[in-house]
Design a protein around this ligand. Structure first.
Ligand code: SAH
Length: 240
């Protein structure tokens, strides 16, 4: 579902930063972590600010690209500069408007799960814990169903995520997740920017083995392309 302007803290922060070169504090509240701040300039990072995992992902992009949850459009702009046709989607119309003003040629306000995103695409890109858009583990079958709809023959998904196991490990490496039976990487968040409070939303952090099993069940194959330096990784998913 596309966000309303008055309930879209990140979109407001992105617009402010684009228009004024600075933004207020974008707060991130969650059930699992202490309240934190998302640095808004980070959403405007250029290729040289990007980490190895993101650069690897950009290097592997080919053909027509769908950037899912594109934010301020940092990856879309790099790929466009390289001559790749990019469609950038986001549930935040404010972010989409900013992407257009920054020069993203095809930016659309849509929800990957509900709306027609165009296509078919040779590459579907999901970055910055991009698998998070799935929200919960039980939404993975729907995710793969949607991927199957938009992916061209021979196409690939490039997505990053993190294994949150470290959050639940003690010094001796004993793993004790919350005893509520939920997958330990399901986190709920809420963003706040000044007086603008966003809705709470689910964000999924998935370890690679679980992702690979879910992909296989849906007729896909997940491959580990690169590991980051804090339990994060980049995966490539293709049809099996
Ligand atoms: N990829 C960008 C932004 C990451 S923040 C970057 O690396 O800088 C995650 C983005 O995903 C947010 O802008 C949010 O609005 C968007 N988003 C969340 N769920 C989505 C969905 N179902 N469909 C499309 N965009 C989504």
């Amino acid at each position: 579902m596309v966000l309303e302007e008055k309930k879209d803290p990140m979109g407001q922060a992105i617009r402010d930063y684009f228009e004024q070169g600075r933004a207020g504090t974008l707060r991130v509240c969650s059930s699992l972590f202490d309240d934190d701040e998302m640095p808004v300039p980070m959403l405007f990072r250029t290729e040289s600010d990007m980490n190895a995992l993101e650069r690897t992902a950009l290097r592997h992009c080919r053909g027509r690209v769908l950037d899912v949850g594109a934010g301020a459009g940092c990856h879309a702009l790099v790929l466009q500069d390289r001559g790749l046709p990019v469609t950038a989607i986001d549930v935040s119309p404010l972010s989409v408007d900013t992407m257009r003003r920054r020069g993203v040629n095809d930016a659309r306000a849509c929800d990957f799960f509900d709306d027609d995103c165009g296509g078919p695409f040779d590459t579907v890109l999901l970055l910055m814990n991009g698998m998070g858009v799935c929200g919960r583990l039980d939404r993975l079958p729907l995710f793969f169903h949607r991927i199957d709809r938009v992916l061209a023959d021979g196409g690939q998904v490039l997505a990053d995520s993190s294994d949150l196991r470290y959050v639940f490990e003690d010094e001796d490496g004993n793993f004790t997740p919350e005893p509520d039976g939920r997958y330990y990487g399901e986190v709920d968040f809420r963003m706040v920017y000044g007086k603008v409070k966003g809705p709470r939303f689910d964000w999924l952090y998935i370890d690679f083995a679980t992702l690979a099993r879910s992909a296989a069940r849906a007729g896909f194959r997940a491959e580990l392309l690169c590991e980051g330096n804090h339990y994060d990784y980049l995966a490539r998913i293709t049809r099996a």
